[in-house]
Write a protein that binds this ligand. Structure first.
Ligand code: LLP
Length: 423
């Protein structure tokens, strides 16, 4: 459920008519709804209310990569969430948004020494390390600082997530984690390193998961591994089950499992683990809390269906061109008529296509359209291809709204390039 609804024939974000934002800020622009974000936090927390997770309860560390806007992170921090970060940049953003260091988990295959030093000096909750060489580097860095780094190994369970290949991470050929069969040896090596406090396991098999089966299979393997690790003398006190729960994009497709069903599966599988559970949800928290608002530049007749050319492009929302992702496209002021069209951006690539042969609300030049469910992996993946400025972002609450990232002036983009002295 989201808070983008038609009122008096005009699409609103909560109580704010989207044309008001388009007129004031220009388009394209991302618009986020606070009430929708807060609702998803509450739903996810409620879904996990019954899981066994020690005395502190589960740690829900929002995957910052899904939406790193500081205002969004601050909203989540206020709602009690921690952060799952994968770079120094994300770590600093989370801290700047008010996420306490002891609610931060550092994931990622390529942490540098500098990033490790930063995270250690901040005092984060846990490093999820992904290889034995990484364990050695982290131990050296921590030892040099007179510290011991709290770590979990991310395990690659060799479970196929059944999602798009580019966002599937739990197969043995994927770059992520320590191979399941290598885990016991990896823990033994890491436990002997002076700078590490090896205390957990972590797993994340992919994103936009629409079936709980693969996650259950992965978690069951993790449960067995915890028992084996304990038998080998390791004190395992945390288990990080990652993120990945899918959200509905296409209303014509079956709805992915709801957080409640996910929570019940987790409760079932993890009963008796005797650990603190960690979660790293991204998309399910912010996915449908954001839309990309865009204006139709012109409608160009095609040999077949017309091309609706909008002022948003693949640089603003990469998901359709990268993953053939489906985003619902709605008119902000639908007039009741329908059309079938190809929705494209102005960029000079055929891949700059949001939808082909899409049955949608009829639109005309000057009309506003929204790409729905763009709150996750939208603005954060935007770039400046074709010298288009980064997309601004707006946060709404009730009848209030604020620009939470300004439109980058094109002059700033140009000024960032420096001419060498010989030109
Ligand atoms: N934890 C780890 C270690 C991850 O790699 C990810 C996502 C998450 C948590 C959060 O997953 P979520 O709950 O959001 O599914 N750009 C792609 C998605 C990439 C996901 C990368 N990792 C997209 O637009 O679909």
């Amino acid at each position: 459920m989201d808070h983008f609804n038609l009122k008096d024939g005009v699409l609103h974000a909560e109580d704010v008519p989207l044309p008001v934002i388009a007129d004031a800020v220009g388009t394209p622009v991302y618009v986020y709804s606070t009430a929708t974000i807060e609702r998803h936090v509450a739903v996810f927390k409620a879904a996990l209310a019954e899981v066994e997770s020690g005395t502190d309860g589960p740690l829900i560390a929002f995957a910052v990569k899904a939406n790193p806007n500081r205002a969004v992170l601050a909203t989540l921090a206020k709602a009690g969430l921690g952060a799952d970060v994968v770079s120094a940049g994300e770590l600093l953003r989370a801290r700047a948004a008010g996420v306490p260091a002891d609610k931060i988990v550092f994931s990622g295959v390529g942490k540098t020494e500098e990033e490790m030093r930063l995270a250690l000096s901040e005092g984060i909750f846990q490093f999820n390390i992904e290889s034995e060489p990484e364990a050695e580097m982290l131990s050296d860095v921590a030892t040099a600082m007179g510290l011991r780094a709290p770590v979990a190994f991310r395990i690659n369970p060799n479970v196929i997530a059944g999602t798009h290949a580019k966002i599937s991470t739990g197969g043995s050929e994927d770059k992520f984690g320590v191979a399941y069969d290598r885990a016991i040896a990896a823990y033994a090596r890491a436990a002997a390193l002076p700078g590490l406090d090896v205390r957990g396991v972590a797993v994340h098999i992919g994103s936009q998961l629409t079936d709980l089966g693969p996650s259950r299979a992965a978690f069951e393997k993790i449960g067995a591994l915890i028992a084996d690790l304990r038998a080998a003398g390791h004190a395992i006190v945390t288990a990080d089950l990652g993120g990945g729960l899918g959200v509905p994009y296409d209303p014509a497709k079956p709805i992915p499992p709801l957080p409640q069903a996910y929570g019940e599966m987790v409760r079932d599988v993890t009963r008796g683990w005797n650990v603190r559970l960690l979660f790293e949800p991204g998309r399910v928290i912010v996915g449908n809390a954001g839309v990309l608002l865009s204006r139709v530049i012109r409608v160009k007749p095609g040999v077949g269906d017309p091309f609706v050319i909008v002022d948003a492009a693949m640089n603003d929302l990469m998901r359709p061109s990268l993953y053939d992702a489906w985003h619902d496209i709605r008119s902000v002021s639908p007039n009741g008529a329908d059309m079938t069209a190809n929705i494209v951006g102005p960029i000079c690539e055929s891949g700059d296509t949001f939808a082909k042969k899409r049955a949608m609300d009829a639109v005309a030049p000057g009309d506003l359209v929204t790409f729905m469910t763009a709150g996750a992996y939208g603005a954060t993946m935007a770039n400046t291809y074709n010298s288009r400025a980064l997309t601004p972002e707006v946060l709404v609450t009730g009848d209030q709204w604020a620009v939470v990232r300004e439109r980058q002036p094109i002059e700033a983009l140009i000024a960032a390039d420096k001419l060498p002295p010989w030109i």
